[in-house]
Ligand binder design. Sequence first.
Ligand SMILES: Nc1ncnc2c1ncn2[C@@H]1O[C@H](COP(=O)(O)OP(=O)(O)OP(=O)(O)O)[C@@H](O)[C@H]1O
Length: 307
Amino acid sequence: MESAVADTEGATREPVLSLKGVSKGFGAVRALTDINLDIYPGEVVAIVGDNGAGKSTLVKILAGVHPQDSGTIMFDGQVVSIPTPTASRALGIATVFQDLALCDNLDVVSNLFLGREIRNGLSLDEEEMEQRAWSLLRQLSAKIPSVRIAVASLSGGQRQTVAIARSLIGEPSVVILDEPTAALGVAQTAEVLNLVERLRERGLGVLLISHNMADVQAVADRVVVLRLGRNNGDFHVADVSYEEIISAITGATDNVVTRRASAHAGSASAAAAAADASGTGTVESGITEDFRTHETPAPGTEENPQS
Ligand SMILES: Nc1ncnc2c1ncn2[C@@H]1O[C@H](COP(=O)(O)OP(=O)(O)OP(=O)(O)O)[C@@H](O)[C@H]1O
Protein backbone atom coordinates (compact mmCIF):
# COMPACT_ATOMS: atom_id res chain seq x y z
CA MET A 1 0.00 0.00 0.00
CA GLU A 2 3.03 2.24 0.33
CA SER A 3 2.74 5.16 -2.03
CA ALA A 4 4.54 8.44 -2.38
CA VAL A 5 2.35 11.52 -2.24
CA ALA A 6 3.06 15.11 -3.29
CA ASP A 7 3.00 17.62 -0.44
CA THR A 8 1.84 21.22 -0.74
CA GLU A 9 5.20 22.30 -2.20
CA GLY A 10 5.07 19.54 -4.79
CA ALA A 11 7.87 17.45 -3.21
CA THR A 12 7.08 13.75 -2.94
CA ARG A 13 6.98 12.17 0.48
CA GLU A 14 7.33 8.52 1.42
CA PRO A 15 5.47 7.00 4.34
CA VAL A 16 7.60 6.67 7.45
CA LEU A 17 5.64 3.55 8.38
CA SER A 18 3.81 1.27 5.99
CA LEU A 19 1.91 -1.95 6.64
CA LYS A 20 0.99 -4.28 3.81
CA GLY A 21 -1.31 -7.26 4.25
CA VAL A 22 -0.62 -7.63 7.96
CA SER A 23 -2.57 -10.44 9.64
CA LYS A 24 -2.62 -11.78 13.19
CA GLY A 25 -4.61 -14.56 14.82
CA PHE A 26 -4.96 -15.79 18.39
CA GLY A 27 -5.93 -19.45 18.04
CA ALA A 28 -9.22 -19.47 16.15
CA VAL A 29 -9.72 -15.70 16.47
CA ARG A 30 -8.67 -13.66 13.45
CA ALA A 31 -7.76 -10.42 15.22
CA LEU A 32 -6.36 -8.76 12.07
CA THR A 33 -6.74 -9.78 8.43
CA ASP A 34 -4.78 -8.24 5.59
CA ILE A 35 -4.32 -4.77 7.13
CA ASN A 36 -2.83 -1.99 5.02
CA LEU A 37 -1.79 1.30 6.60
CA ASP A 38 0.52 4.19 5.69
CA ILE A 39 1.67 6.95 8.02
CA TYR A 40 3.54 9.94 6.63
CA PRO A 41 5.88 12.27 8.51
CA GLY A 42 3.99 15.18 10.03
CA GLU A 43 0.66 13.37 9.79
CA VAL A 44 -1.82 12.40 12.50
CA VAL A 45 -3.66 9.20 11.59
CA ALA A 46 -6.54 8.15 13.83
CA ILE A 47 -7.39 4.47 14.06
CA VAL A 48 -11.01 3.93 14.99
CA GLY A 49 -13.16 0.85 15.30
CA ASP A 50 -15.63 -0.79 17.60
CA ASN A 51 -14.65 -2.96 20.56
CA GLY A 52 -12.77 -5.97 19.27
CA ALA A 53 -12.02 -4.37 15.88
CA GLY A 54 -8.31 -5.06 16.28
CA LYS A 55 -6.91 -1.64 17.26
CA SER A 56 -4.95 -2.85 20.31
CA THR A 57 -3.59 -5.81 18.36
CA LEU A 58 -2.32 -3.45 15.66
CA VAL A 59 -0.66 -1.24 18.29
CA LYS A 60 0.93 -4.24 19.96
CA ILE A 61 2.39 -5.49 16.67
CA LEU A 62 4.00 -2.09 16.06
CA ALA A 63 5.18 -1.88 19.68
CA GLY A 64 6.89 -5.27 19.42
CA VAL A 65 4.54 -7.00 21.87
CA HIS A 66 3.11 -9.47 19.33
CA PRO A 67 4.74 -10.50 16.03
CA GLN A 68 2.41 -10.46 13.02
CA ASP A 69 1.63 -13.85 11.42
CA SER A 70 2.02 -12.54 7.89
CA GLY A 71 2.37 -9.35 5.93
CA THR A 72 5.10 -6.73 5.69
CA ILE A 73 6.03 -3.75 7.85
CA MET A 74 8.22 -1.09 6.27
CA PHE A 75 9.92 1.65 8.24
CA ASP A 76 11.66 4.47 6.39
CA GLY A 77 11.35 2.43 3.22
CA GLN A 78 13.02 -0.71 4.64
CA VAL A 79 11.28 -3.98 5.45
CA VAL A 80 11.63 -4.52 9.18
CA SER A 81 10.67 -7.06 11.82
CA ILE A 82 9.65 -5.91 15.28
CA PRO A 83 10.18 -8.93 17.54
CA THR A 84 10.47 -7.03 20.85
CA PRO A 85 9.55 -3.68 22.44
CA THR A 86 13.27 -2.81 22.41
CA ALA A 87 13.38 -3.41 18.65
CA SER A 88 10.35 -1.15 18.20
CA ARG A 89 11.96 1.67 20.19
CA ALA A 90 15.28 1.18 18.40
CA LEU A 91 13.57 1.64 15.03
CA GLY A 92 12.08 4.92 16.20
CA ILE A 93 8.56 3.91 17.22
CA ALA A 94 7.45 5.22 20.62
CA THR A 95 4.25 3.82 22.09
CA VAL A 96 2.36 5.43 24.95
CA PHE A 97 -0.01 2.82 26.33
CA GLN A 98 -3.09 3.75 28.34
CA ASP A 99 -1.50 2.82 31.66
CA LEU A 100 1.27 5.41 30.90
CA ALA A 101 3.81 3.31 32.87
CA LEU A 102 4.93 6.25 35.03
CA CYS A 103 6.58 5.86 38.44
CA ASP A 104 4.25 7.82 40.71
CA ASN A 105 6.78 8.32 43.50
CA LEU A 106 9.44 9.80 41.19
CA ASP A 107 9.50 13.40 39.97
CA VAL A 108 8.97 14.54 36.38
CA VAL A 109 12.69 14.67 35.51
CA SER A 110 13.30 11.15 36.83
CA ASN A 111 10.32 9.83 34.88
CA LEU A 112 11.41 11.54 31.66
CA PHE A 113 14.92 10.08 31.82
CA LEU A 114 14.11 6.72 33.43
CA GLY A 115 16.49 4.18 31.88
CA ARG A 116 18.15 6.93 29.80
CA GLU A 117 19.73 8.97 32.61
CA ILE A 118 22.40 11.50 31.68
CA ARG A 119 25.60 10.95 33.70
CA ASN A 120 28.52 13.13 34.61
CA GLY A 121 31.22 10.61 35.37
CA LEU A 122 29.69 8.16 37.83
CA SER A 123 26.98 10.45 39.18
CA LEU A 124 23.74 11.58 37.55
CA ASP A 125 23.84 14.97 35.87
CA GLU A 126 20.67 16.28 37.51
CA GLU A 127 21.20 19.85 36.30
CA GLU A 128 21.51 18.83 32.65
CA MET A 129 18.49 16.53 32.89
CA GLU A 130 16.43 19.27 34.54
CA GLN A 131 17.36 21.77 31.82
CA ARG A 132 16.56 19.33 29.06
CA ALA A 133 13.26 18.48 30.76
CA TRP A 134 12.20 22.15 30.82
CA SER A 135 13.35 22.63 27.24
CA LEU A 136 11.33 19.64 26.02
CA LEU A 137 8.23 20.62 27.99
CA ARG A 138 8.49 24.19 26.69
CA GLN A 139 8.73 22.94 23.09
CA LEU A 140 5.54 21.00 23.72
CA SER A 141 3.86 24.04 25.35
CA ALA A 142 3.20 21.71 28.28
CA LYS A 143 1.67 23.12 31.43
CA ILE A 144 3.66 21.40 34.17
CA PRO A 145 4.09 23.46 37.37
CA SER A 146 7.46 21.98 38.37
CA VAL A 147 9.72 19.25 37.06
CA ARG A 148 10.70 18.40 40.61
CA ILE A 149 7.30 17.30 41.90
CA ALA A 150 6.24 13.69 42.12
CA VAL A 151 4.18 12.55 39.16
CA ALA A 152 1.54 11.30 41.62
CA SER A 153 0.54 14.90 42.33
CA LEU A 154 -0.08 15.80 38.66
CA SER A 155 -3.48 15.88 36.94
CA GLY A 156 -4.46 13.23 34.41
CA GLY A 157 -3.64 15.55 31.49
CA GLN A 158 -0.26 16.46 32.96
CA ARG A 159 0.56 12.79 33.52
CA GLN A 160 -0.33 12.07 29.89
CA THR A 161 1.92 14.99 28.90
CA VAL A 162 4.84 13.56 30.89
CA ALA A 163 4.31 10.13 29.32
CA ILE A 164 4.27 11.64 25.81
CA ALA A 165 7.31 13.83 26.56
CA ARG A 166 9.17 10.77 27.84
CA SER A 167 8.43 8.95 24.59
CA LEU A 168 10.24 11.76 22.74
CA ILE A 169 13.51 11.39 24.67
CA GLY A 170 14.52 8.55 22.30
CA GLU A 171 13.87 10.85 19.28
CA PRO A 172 11.33 8.63 17.55
CA SER A 173 9.89 9.18 14.06
CA VAL A 174 6.50 7.69 14.93
CA VAL A 175 4.53 8.09 18.14
CA ILE A 176 1.59 5.81 18.91
CA LEU A 177 -0.93 7.11 21.43
CA ASP A 178 -3.41 4.57 22.75
CA GLU A 179 -6.59 6.38 23.85
CA PRO A 180 -4.69 9.38 25.27
CA THR A 181 -7.82 11.28 26.31
CA ALA A 182 -9.94 8.36 27.52
CA ALA A 183 -9.86 9.33 31.20
CA LEU A 184 -9.63 13.12 30.81
CA GLY A 185 -12.01 16.04 31.26
CA VAL A 186 -12.63 18.75 28.68
CA ALA A 187 -9.74 21.12 29.52
CA GLN A 188 -7.21 18.31 29.95
CA THR A 189 -8.34 16.73 26.67
CA ALA A 190 -7.74 20.05 24.91
CA GLU A 191 -4.25 20.18 26.42
CA VAL A 192 -3.41 16.69 25.15
CA LEU A 193 -4.82 17.45 21.69
CA ASN A 194 -2.60 20.57 21.59
CA LEU A 195 0.30 18.31 22.40
CA VAL A 196 -0.61 16.03 19.48
CA GLU A 197 -0.47 19.10 17.21
CA ARG A 198 3.01 19.89 18.56
CA LEU A 199 4.10 16.34 17.64
CA ARG A 200 2.82 16.83 14.11
CA GLU A 201 4.68 20.17 13.88
CA ARG A 202 7.88 18.35 14.84
CA GLY A 203 7.38 16.21 11.74
CA LEU A 204 6.49 13.04 13.59
CA GLY A 205 4.01 10.52 12.28
CA VAL A 206 1.35 10.12 14.94
CA LEU A 207 -0.95 7.11 15.24
CA LEU A 208 -3.85 8.00 17.50
CA ILE A 209 -6.15 5.26 18.78
CA SER A 210 -9.39 6.86 19.84
CA HIS A 211 -13.02 6.19 20.57
CA ASN A 212 -13.84 9.85 20.60
CA MET A 213 -14.97 11.34 17.30
CA ALA A 214 -14.63 14.91 18.54
CA ASP A 215 -10.93 14.27 19.25
CA VAL A 216 -10.47 12.56 15.89
CA GLN A 217 -12.14 15.36 13.99
CA ALA A 218 -10.26 18.01 15.98
CA VAL A 219 -6.74 16.73 15.49
CA ALA A 220 -6.41 13.93 12.91
CA ASP A 221 -5.54 14.42 9.25
CA ARG A 222 -6.73 10.97 8.27
CA VAL A 223 -8.99 8.40 9.89
CA VAL A 224 -8.52 4.70 9.25
CA VAL A 225 -11.44 2.47 10.19
CA LEU A 226 -11.01 -1.13 11.32
CA ARG A 227 -14.00 -3.42 11.44
CA LEU A 228 -13.87 -7.04 12.60
CA GLY A 229 -10.10 -7.00 12.05
CA ARG A 230 -10.15 -5.64 8.49
CA ASN A 231 -9.64 -2.25 6.83
CA ASN A 232 -13.06 -0.69 6.38
CA GLY A 233 -12.27 2.88 5.34
CA ASP A 234 -9.44 5.38 4.99
CA PHE A 235 -10.67 8.97 4.90
CA HIS A 236 -9.24 12.46 4.94
CA VAL A 237 -10.92 13.97 7.98
CA ALA A 238 -11.67 17.18 6.09
CA ASP A 239 -13.66 15.23 3.48
CA VAL A 240 -15.71 12.85 5.61
CA SER A 241 -18.78 13.30 7.75
CA TYR A 242 -19.28 11.92 11.22
CA GLU A 243 -22.11 9.70 9.89
CA GLU A 244 -19.87 8.23 7.17
CA ILE A 245 -17.26 7.25 9.75
CA ILE A 246 -19.92 5.70 12.00
CA SER A 247 -21.28 3.73 9.03
CA ALA A 248 -17.77 2.39 8.32
CA ILE A 249 -17.30 1.46 11.98
CA THR A 250 -20.63 -0.31 12.38
CA GLY A 251 -20.83 -1.67 8.83
CA ALA A 252 -24.38 -0.36 8.58
CA THR A 253 -25.78 2.58 6.72
CA ASP A 254 -28.90 2.42 8.87
CA ASN A 255 -28.22 2.84 12.56
CA VAL A 256 -29.30 5.09 15.38
CA VAL A 257 -26.68 7.71 14.52
CA THR A 258 -27.56 8.02 10.85
CA ARG A 259 -31.30 7.95 11.71
CA ARG A 260 -30.83 10.73 14.25
CA ALA A 261 -28.69 12.65 11.79
CA SER A 262 -31.35 12.49 9.08
CA ALA A 263 -34.05 13.29 11.65
CA HIS A 264 -32.01 16.31 12.71
CA ALA A 265 -31.39 17.23 9.08
CA GLY A 266 -35.15 16.88 8.45
CA SER A 267 -36.12 19.00 11.44
CA ALA A 268 -33.28 21.42 10.72
CA SER A 269 -34.42 21.93 7.13
CA ALA A 270 -38.05 22.21 8.32
CA ALA A 271 -36.90 24.75 10.91
CA ALA A 272 -34.75 26.51 8.33
CA ALA A 273 -37.74 26.70 6.00
CA ALA A 274 -39.85 28.05 8.86
CA ALA A 275 -37.02 30.41 9.83
CA ASP A 276 -36.74 31.53 6.22
CA ALA A 277 -40.45 32.20 6.21
CA SER A 278 -40.30 34.07 9.53
CA GLY A 279 -36.79 35.56 9.10
CA THR A 280 -35.32 33.88 12.27
CA GLY A 281 -32.18 31.62 12.80
CA THR A 282 -31.35 27.93 12.08
CA VAL A 283 -31.13 24.67 14.11
CA GLU A 284 -27.85 22.77 14.75
CA SER A 285 -27.35 18.99 14.93
CA GLY A 286 -26.77 17.57 18.44
CA ILE A 287 -25.34 14.10 17.82
CA THR A 288 -23.29 12.48 20.59
CA GLU A 289 -19.57 12.05 19.90
CA ASP A 290 -18.48 8.75 21.43
CA PHE A 291 -19.54 6.09 18.94
CA ARG A 292 -19.46 3.33 21.57
CA THR A 293 -22.74 4.72 22.91
CA HIS A 294 -24.47 3.61 19.70
CA GLU A 295 -25.76 0.35 18.31
CA THR A 296 -23.16 -2.40 17.89
CA PRO A 297 -23.73 -6.01 16.75
CA ALA A 298 -24.52 -8.31 19.65
CA PRO A 299 -21.62 -10.65 20.63
CA GLY A 300 -21.87 -14.06 18.99
CA THR A 301 -24.03 -12.86 16.12
CA GLU A 302 -23.07 -13.20 12.48
CA GLU A 303 -22.22 -9.48 12.53
CA ASN A 304 -19.78 -9.93 15.43
CA PRO A 305 -18.61 -13.53 15.47
CA GLN A 306 -15.44 -12.82 17.43
CA SER A 307 -16.99 -11.62 20.68
N1 LIG B 1 -4.00 -12.05 23.61
C1 LIG B 1 -5.12 -12.40 23.02
N2 LIG B 1 -5.56 -13.68 23.02
C2 LIG B 1 -6.69 -14.05 22.38
N3 LIG B 1 -7.48 -13.20 21.71
C3 LIG B 1 -7.12 -11.92 21.67
C4 LIG B 1 -5.94 -11.44 22.32
N4 LIG B 1 -5.84 -10.11 22.09
C5 LIG B 1 -6.90 -9.77 21.34
N5 LIG B 1 -7.68 -10.83 21.09
C6 LIG B 1 -8.90 -10.85 20.28
O1 LIG B 1 -8.61 -10.18 19.07
C7 LIG B 1 -9.72 -9.40 18.65
C8 LIG B 1 -9.26 -7.97 18.49
O2 LIG B 1 -9.01 -7.44 19.81
P1 LIG B 1 -8.36 -6.02 20.09
O3 LIG B 1 -8.14 -5.93 21.57
O4 LIG B 1 -7.20 -5.83 19.21
O5 LIG B 1 -9.53 -5.04 19.65
P2 LIG B 1 -9.74 -3.49 19.98
O6 LIG B 1 -10.21 -2.88 18.70
O7 LIG B 1 -8.51 -2.94 20.59
O8 LIG B 1 -10.89 -3.52 21.04
P3 LIG B 1 -11.19 -2.54 22.31
O9 LIG B 1 -11.65 -1.24 21.71
O10 LIG B 1 -12.28 -3.26 23.01
O11 LIG B 1 -9.92 -2.44 23.09
C9 LIG B 1 -10.80 -9.59 19.69
O12 LIG B 1 -11.68 -10.58 19.23
C10 LIG B 1 -10.04 -10.05 20.91
O13 LIG B 1 -10.84 -10.86 21.75
